[in-house]
Design a protein around this ligand. Sequence first.
Ligand code: NDP
Length: 496
Amino acid sequence: MAIAPPDLTTPTLESRNPATGEVVATLPVDGPSEVAAAVAAARRAAAWWGGLGFEQRARRLNAFKRRLARDSAALCDLVHRENGKPLADAYTEAVLTVDHLAWAARNAPKVLRRRAVWPNALALNHAATVEYQPLGVVGVIGPWNYPVYTPMGSIAYALAAGNAVVFKPSEYTPAVGRWLADAFADVVPEHPVFTVVTGYGDTGAALCRAGVDKLAFTGSAATGRKVMAACAERLTPVLLELGGKDALIVDDDADVDAAATAAVWGGLQNAGQACIAVERVYVTEPVYDRFVERVVDLASRVRAGSGRDAHIGPITMPGQVDVIERHLRDALDRGARAVVGGADAVHRPYVDPVVLVDVPDGALILREETFGPTLPIVKVRDADEAVTRANDTAYGLAGAVFARRRGTEIARRLRAGMTSVNSVLTFATVPRLPFGGVGESGFGRIHGPDGLREFSRAKAITRQRFPLPVELQSFARPAWALPALARATRLRHGRR
Ligand code: NDP
């Protein structure tokens, strides 16, 4: 077979295996005109996809779901090579993604379809309905840390709501993004309903300016601000899933063993590269020593590497290692004590687990997103102090509480979009629950009914069923009509 000569006019992007440096994929760097063409094609596809109706869409989304479930070995192998995470972690992503996709396809009609609402007394002669219509084309800009689960949290729900999607994956995991779009095109070959553009930040910026009907972004707060500014030029609405500095609180009556197991998992899994990772732990005095002892035991057994025995993989984005190193050095310089690992934990591209105690409050590792396998543990007087300190952050994504008596009460007081009691990260596995944050962690919600509505526009309709003897919406209404209505309103709503 003749090999086509390389197209020297198109700039390309190489993704590399972070563990070995091997090239995983070479993909085009799409500029504004390629992005505009993808959005224009998606707009035509959106008209078809939106017009299919819930049942036909669900049939196709279920075919996509089956494809993902059947071919998860190939997908997970690609995730392992391009992102570096252990295969087991790649499977976790795939399993969660399939579950969310199935839920979105099944529940879109229930959540979004047209339904009658009571019109209230003032419009008793009207029928009133609300329905949630697709927006059109949704742009999705995704990260590299969960290259399947995170963008699919927007993509699956946007598709189920009847939109077409143009996805710009991270420059570190573009092949995973391309794989997802190709798998969809295999089962929905008719129109380019879900397509991918690849490139660096400029490609993402072009997508923000391409006239999409909504832009869903996951990444850092700094880039989130740029995305929002670019989208503002065309009043394109945005959904921002940004970082976090999530706290885990351990109260006096907690199951300390379970709390330690969860802290180690929640802080170290995926090498800490998760927006909802446990980034800080506040433990009350009575259980502090026992908790630290247990965490040290568990965390010192966690191995970083790329072999089959590794629990955590490399740091996917080389620049992130600098951030982790800076946070560690800063904490140690300020007097923190490493009880697992230490300053020498960083050996690129890997970072071994580090557990720190006696961390002073101003340390970067307690204030900024570290995104690494680090676990700073802070002793507090009681759970109330823990809540105050946990909430003393501009972020507000998620968190966890371990307590027997006051778990839910403490969870409700945490200024964060999601909290698990007596476990970590569980909210992310429940398709019916909304996922999103407050403050620097962004706004808008993916997952669940809120996630379906996020990619829809509410459409309200009233239909007059019969005319009233007195037409209030007329300059010809009798003079007594409005004073009479005001009197009735006073009687109904104005009484003490
Ligand atoms: P960024 O926020 O810079 O990138 C996220 C996505 O946005 C990528 O696809 C990126 O493309 C794209 N992008 C970059 N610049 C622009 C732009 N001007 N307009 C539109 N899109 C753009 O995150 P990084 O990957 O650089 O990671 C930096 C930090 O962000 C991490 O240290 C971590 O703290 C946080 N983070 C948080 C995540 C979360 O889940 N909330 C996920 C990932 C990171 P490209 O990759 O091609 O530059």
